[in-house]
Ligand binder design. Sequence first.
Ligand code: GLA
Length: 401
Amino acid sequence: MKKLFIFSIGLFISSIIFSQKFEGLALTPPMGWNSWNKFACDVSEDLIKKMADVMVSSGMKDAGYKYIVIDDCWQIGRDSSGNIIPDPKRFPSGMKALADYIHSKGLKFGLYSDAGMKTCAGRPGSRGYEYQDARTYANWGVDYLKYDWCSTGTQNAPASYKLMSDAIYKAGRPVVLSICEWGNNEPWKWGAEIGHLWRTTGDIYHCYDCILNHGTWNQWGWTVILDMQHKLRKYNGPDHWNDADMMEVGNGMSIAEDRAHFTLWCMLATPLMAGNDIANMTNEVQEILTNKEAIAINQDPKGIQGLRYLYTDNLEIWVKPLQNDELAFCFFNRSDEPQDINFKWDKYRVEDGISKTDIYLNKTNYKVRDIWAMKDLGTTKNATLKKTIPPHDVVLIRLSK
Ligand code: GLA
């Protein structure tokens, strides 16, 4: 009897401590498209429908992208009962009809809200309306919620996100919860119980290594964000991802920089959310975003965040352990000059405590595949990878058995 009592108390306490998120919704990093980086507040039903159409016609859906996420500015107020109101001029058919349209394409629908009183663009946030909003989202058919952190004052971050997570769970429709508090409260330490991904930094900007100072906050080029990910490797994994932010591929950088950005996001096993105008992208950008072999590295079921294995000021060699003791290697020329590589495979050992990997490359004869060149380069035995890498570009190799 006493044992049963202690067991029941234990169950009760653990149900209070541990949130009930919908498990298993993001076993590999979420892939999709988000409106913010390119369109900011200029969102509408027509735009979103077009993006859904193009996600299918461009081959992105076939390559694995599935979420169409409307970021900030879809909402304009609340009615007298507190229900959130989508902008009727921009979304005249309403969110349910838009969700139905997106679902009819075999895609999933995402929305944005904020844990505070107002969103970052000053629209109504969900504070005080968490359960009501979660029910509304479930009725509309929302599958993904990006939940931001503006105007939150002294709110406690884990408690605020847990509140929305519980509200979603109670509403009964499985929704991926994307925690977006920019890494301010170390969400990697508490986010896995509550959501499926968490932003690790402030906002990305479409440049290689710039820092845009807005006074109270900065926006960063993708290499600046890349350098902030390393210490978080151990927190990344299936159903709980470090989110290095939506991509800027196709938003104005050089094609080498776009390719390198995409490749490093694949190596990080971070979500692949396109942030460009996919209806007007060049063939080169489309080829980058839909490269299935690069995407397979991002989507590897083990979900291991790649590590910066060797580096100098100019050249970085990243390694990502994959399932079946296979490996991805990314050679990244960070400099403004071309760099030569002469990499003799047999000499290297990949040892990584976090993923419990210990591979001597001279013990297995791997097949070498150059992913961007789409070429097989023989095997690793007694072989040297010789390449000249243009500035800000990458060579991506998969070693398979
Ligand atoms: C914050 C987020 C961005 C975007 C904007 C919208 O800055 O970090 O990703 O959602 O708000 O206002």
